[in-house]
Design a protein around this ligand. Structure first.
Ligand code: PRT
Ligand code: ZN
Length: 285
């Protein structure tokens, strides 16, 4: 029987979340502990622990079948792989930043300037669409110090909170690319491997959906039942059961995390009592 080879980052910002998500799919494997590859106990999958920059390459070449990597790394690599799913973590942006004291009125101000980056492909693409010609200076690490040591006039780097820019005397000038971790696959997988991928995706979707939703239970006075039910669209119609207490019902539903507090408040105002909210482990429509 074939196994599906999944590449994840060995050590870094995406490692922990990648492993957590796989484990939440009820797929367990021994911790990497220096090994390059390990087999899962209970699913036909092998995990390859790699540097993130190598993942698109390995997936394109078929050394790995699928991989989890930042879109920034994927697009910069220019490799021919398919993006299958957004993972919902590792969110960041690629931005142009300039010294805080520089007068900046728009990207045209970077014409003829030098920009240090580890993302020459994405940057060049962006500058071309803006019709700006600048000198791209490729460096592999500590890009943010380039302006202060006189290596470049501006930088193009990953930003998350913005504190690295701030502590290096820089300000964010343009956001040029939004990124999060994505699942990628080799386009030429065998039928058998595609079938394993399909059941992995089924589990991943259920876990990701569960993370975005909560299970809610509450008691509602029958007089306000219609109003309360209308506040709970759920995945289908909410379940309503009579309570032993006369004139009251118990209502169960699923709500999304997005409008969570707003809905709870409205439910309370509509007379709901004993509101109980619980996490969901898996959610399948
Ligand atoms: O060793 P390996 O090559 O595998 O790892 P790496 O050091 O190249 O990558 P790593 O672990 O730092 O990041 C992996 C991926 O996480 C990136 O490719 C992005 O997709 C994503 N990601 C999310 C980030 C950040 N947030 C992030 N903040 N990657 C890097 N940063 C760095 C950024 O380069 C800058 O130095 O954090 C700094 C900025 O952070 P703030 O919060 O100060 O703005
Ligand atoms: Zn890397």
């Amino acid at each position: 029987m074939q196994t599906l080879k999944l590449a994840i980052q060995k050590k870094g910002r995406l490692s922990e979340e990648s492993i957590k998500l796989i484990n939440e799919c009820d797929i367990s494997f021994p911790s990497s502990s220096g090994k390059l590859v390990t087999a899962a106990y209970d699913f036909p999958i092998e995990i390859l622990f790699l540097r993130d920059d190598d993942i698109p390459d390995y997936v394109q070449d078929g050394v790995a079948d699928i991989g989890i990597v930042g879109e920034n790394v994927l697009v910069e690599s220019g490799k021919q792989v398919e993006e299958v799913m957004k993972m919902g973590f590792g969110k960041c942006r690629l931005s142009l930043a300039v010294p805080r004291n520089m007068q900046y009125n728009g990207v045209q101000d970077l014409s003829g300037k030098s920009i240090a980056t580890s993302y020459p492909r994405i940057l060049k693409n962006y500058l071309d669409t803006q019709q700006v010609e600048a000198d791209i200076h490729v460096i592999s690490g500590s890009v943010e110090i380039a302006p202060s040591i006189g290596l470049a006039d501006a930088i193009c780097d990953i930003v998350s909170t913005g504190s690295t820019l701030l502590s290096n005397g820089l300000k964010e000038a343009e956001q040029i690319f939004r990124s999060e971790a994505v699942l990628i696959k080799n386009p030429g997988l065998s039928e058998e491997k595609n079938a394993i991928l399909k059941s992995l995706l089924f589990r991943l979707e259920a876990v990701k959906r569960a993370q975005k939703n909560k299970y809610i239970l509450l008691n509602a006075p029958n007089d306000n039942l219609d109003k309360i039910v209308a506040l709970l669209p759920g995945i289908s119609s909410p379940t309503v059961q009579s309570l032993a207490k006369e004139g009251w019902s118990s209502v169960h539903s699923v709500i999304t995390e997005k409008d969570f507090w707003e809905i709870i408040q409205q439910l309370k105002e509509a007379g709901a009592e004993g509101i109980l909210v619980m996490p969901i482990e898996k959610l399948i429509y």
